[in-house]
Ligand binder design. Structure first.
Ligand SMILES: C[S@@+](CC[C@H](N)C(=O)[O-])C[C@H]1O[C@@H](n2cnc3c(N)ncnc32)[C@H](O)[C@@H]1O
Length: 358
């Protein structure tokens, strides 16, 4: 630290660092309020009515007024709700309601806060992992991780997967309409599998994941959606799952979590039909650290540190890509596995959608 102390501190630059750090700290406190507002139905009650006093909101939600009033203050301070001083009432704009009250919205954010909540709960596991270099399996995390990912990503997939991502792949939608065999690897709770099954009734879908509890949850999701006759889920690893002749093999936000992504791609090369397609959806990233400087990259690097890298290490750790691998490294994995064609089908601020063919 001595060399730092000897340098003069520039007050303006210090202000900028403090401002940034305090804004982030404020967001961390705010996340707890978002989760409470969601669990207690506070956002929903606000969204369903016009402006409400704290007393009215408390009575509609069966909560104690004093707590509700303080919570409302936090929402106004963070620009998550709007306050009318003259009537002492609070309301959500349509945009605020879309983000905080509408569970079907692709940007419904409360579920996403379950992920950092799980990271805090597992902090000491991460401390241990940093010191020992050992991994943390996906299933060893606080349960809010798996539920949070499933709920948050499930909504995002609903808005993008069938309407935008599949049509960006060459010829895949026509095959799915006609009747294709699809594998969803690392399927988690199976929201992606089930959404595709709902959209393409002539096709058959098989989801695989190493996490047994997720597979059980996925079966439930399929049964509730009424597609269990065409959708099956099994506990299996990306490098050993059964079946051949798949027209489409999907990896949604999971290849970088695997301990041996090249083995997973090699297995896909054996399991895929000659003209089949691999659909690889990964967190958006550029290829170089210096080009991954944004709130989204920061979020992904953080989750990658304690979740993605930690799982990949626990899963053998032959190649630990991390959630900010970038297209060049991902392409390399598929080239090494024998795929000759690899292209970016599309990119969003959150995701890269990539296509690989033999
Ligand atoms: C971030 S979650 C994504 C789940 C789901 N695809 C989604 O998008 O919501 C990563 C998933 O990959 C699974 N996974 C990790 N390593 C695996 C492996 N080697 N084989 C199969 N699944 C694996 C984990 O159990 C976890 O369910």
């Amino acid at each position: 630290m001595d060399h730092i102390h000897k340098k003069a501190i520039d007050p303006a630059k210090l202000d900028a660092v403090i401002g940034r750090a305090v804004a982030d700290l404020s967001a961390g406190y705010g996340g707890v309020m978002v989760s409470l507002g969601n669990r207690l139905g506070l956002y929903k009650a606000l969204a369903e009515t016009g402006p409400l006093t704290s007393r009215e909101l408390a009575s509609r939600t069966g909560c104690a007024e004093r707590y509700v009033r303080e919570w409302l203050g936090s929402q106004v301070a963070g620009a998550y709700a709007t306050y009318h001083a003259i009537s002492d009432t609070y309301e959500l704009t349509p945009e605020q309601a879309f983000v905080f009250a509408n569970e079907e919205s692709p940007v419904f954010i409360p579920n996403a806060w379950a992920i950092p909540a799980s990271m805090w709960a597992d902090e000491m596991k991460a401390v241990e992992a940093f010191r020992t270099g050992k991994g943390i399996p996906w299933g060893d995390h606080d349960g809010r991780l798996q539920c949070g990912i499933a709920a948050f990503y499930g909504n995002a997939y609903k808005a993008s997967l069938v309407p935008e991502w599949l049509p960006a792949l060459t010829g895949v939608v026509d095959k799915l309409k006609a009747g294709a065999l699809v594998a969803d690897i690392g399927c988690g709770y199976g929201h992606s599998t089930v959404q595709m099954a709902e959209a393409f009734p002539a096709s058959t879908f098989r989801g695989f994941d190493t996490h047994g509890e997720s597979v059980i949850a996925a079966r439930k999701v399929a049964a509730e959606a009424g597609v269990a006759n065409r959708v099956s889920f099994e506990t299996a690893s990306a490098s050993t799952y059964p079946g051949t002749g798949y027209d489409l093999i999907c990896f949604f936000d999971c290849l970088h979590d695997m301990g041996d992504p090249i083995a997973a791609a090699e297995h896909a090369a054996k399991a895929i039909a000659p003209d089949g397609t691999v659909m690889l959806v990964e967190p958006f990233a550029n290829d170089r650290v210096e080009d991954n400087v944004s709130p989204i990259a920061r979020m992904y690097y953080a989750a990658s540190t304690t979740i993605c890298c930690a799982h990949a290490i626990s899963d053998g750790g032959r190649l630990v890509l991390g959630a900010q691998a970038g297209e060049a490294r991902l392409a390399d994995v598929f080239r090494k596995a024998g795929f000759t064609r690899f292209r970016r089908a599309l990119a969003t601020p959150f995701n890269l959608v990539l296509e690989a063919k033999l």
